[in-house]
Design a protein around this ligand. Structure first.
Ligand code: PHE
Length: 338
């Protein structure tokens, strides 16, 4: 019987014919199904022999049908590929856009960090004082608030004054208040400070990083940053790690990249200028406490990277302000845009 079905299955010219053979064998009233139904009337000895035999037959035929089905589907695809041709030499006739360098760099950063096991978190551009300052251990009236050149919103009807977030660090607070450790997130986004020169623009971009766990130390922070830097710049780059102060980390540090101004361009790997690209440190116990975490149990590190500066250094762009001037000639000069 198996041989007969094998011949019929092999001879089925298309999927519809194959299905007819399948129904004739394995359908409700198919030959094999009917034989299996006959098992009930057999003696126990006969059943012992016929049961496994019929089951084997059923499986063999079903497998043959599947194999033939795959072959017929492949043949149909080959036929379509052969008959439907596409002329790849035709001009596109329209220039397509590209990602902005800042967006490109943000996406590269997200890929590098997701390979290290980070997920992405977000927070609002318009923040309240609590998340942007207070929960980050900026005491009220503390001069560190002024250092942030904050843009203040007009107070609402209840007299509540929001700010344009001066950094992505408020996302640390939002994350620690909404999820339990272990935490390993990055928070990319726009940030705002009233400042403008070659390395500052009033709107800029940061990628925040936050890792909270039970045995996290400064070595993890430094290792994570060094791994990131070598993945991001691919070629030789010299960095330095300098002590600094932030109210929300202790100890705190900044990292600089060595670079050189060379006419209308800048270049990394040599020179005697340093550009600050990030702030970082071990999360301050007061910050953990304001998020309801016990500093005796949990520690962690955080960093905030300047995305636009990383793009400047990577592509040799000398002035940050050009990034947001919207000039297509500038974009195409660096190989972006139409
Ligand atoms: N938020 C800091 C800034 O924008 C950077 C930073 C982030 C520092 C996280 C330490 C930890 O200047």
């Amino acid at each position: 019987i198996a041989n007969r079905f094998e011949t019929e299955i092999g001879a089925a010219p298309d999927l519809a014919a194959l299905d007819d053979v399948r129904v004739a064998a394995l359908g409700k009233k198919g030959e094999i199904s009917m034989m299996m139904r006959g098992l009930g009337k057999m003696s126990p000895d006969e059943k012992k022999v016929m049961g496994p035999a019929l089951n084997g037959l059923k499986n063999t035929v079903a497998a043959m049908v599947e194999t033939r089905k795959a072959a017929l589907e492949n043949a149909a695809l080959d036929a379509a590929l052969a008959s439907e041709t596409m002329d790849m030499s035709l001009p596109v006739g329209r220039k397509t856009g590209t990602l902005h360098p800042v967006q490109q760099v943000m996406e590269e950063m997200a890929v590098i960090f997701s390979d290290m096991g980070f997920s992405v978190a977000e927070g609002p551009d318009i923040e309240d004082d609590f998340h942007n300052f207070t929960a980050l251990n900026f005491p009220p009236g503390h001069p560190a608030r002024d250092m942030h050149d904050t843009f203040f919103m007009v107070p609402d009807a209840e007299g509540i004054q929001k700010v344009l977030r001066t950094h992505t660090s408020p996302v640390q607070i939002r994350t620690m208040m909404s999820q339990k450790p272990p935490i390993r997130i990055i928070a990319p986004g726009r940030t705002y400070r009233c400042d403008s020169d070659q390395t500052h623009t009033p709107m800029f971009h940061q990628v925040e990083g936050l890792v909270i766990g039970e045995d996290i130390h400064m070595g993890h922070l430094k290792g994570c940053l060094m791994d990131f830097i070598s993945a991001f710049f691919e070629n030789d780059v010299e960095t330095r790690f300098r002590p600094h102060h932030f109210p929300f980390t202790e100890p705190s540090a900044e990292m600089d990249v060595r670079y050189e101004r060379d006419g209308a361009s800048i270049k990394i790997g040599s020179g005697d200028e340093w550009m600050e690209i990030l702030g970082c440190g071990m999360v301050h116990p007061n910050v953990l406490k304001s998020c309801g975490l016990d500093p005796e149990i949990y520690q962690g590190f955080a960093f905030g990277m300047g995305v636009d500066r990383l793009a400047m250094l990577k592509y040799g762009m000398p002035d940050l302000r050009d990034m947001f001037a919207g000039d297509p000639r500038w974009l195409s000069h660096y190989g972006f845009g139409p």
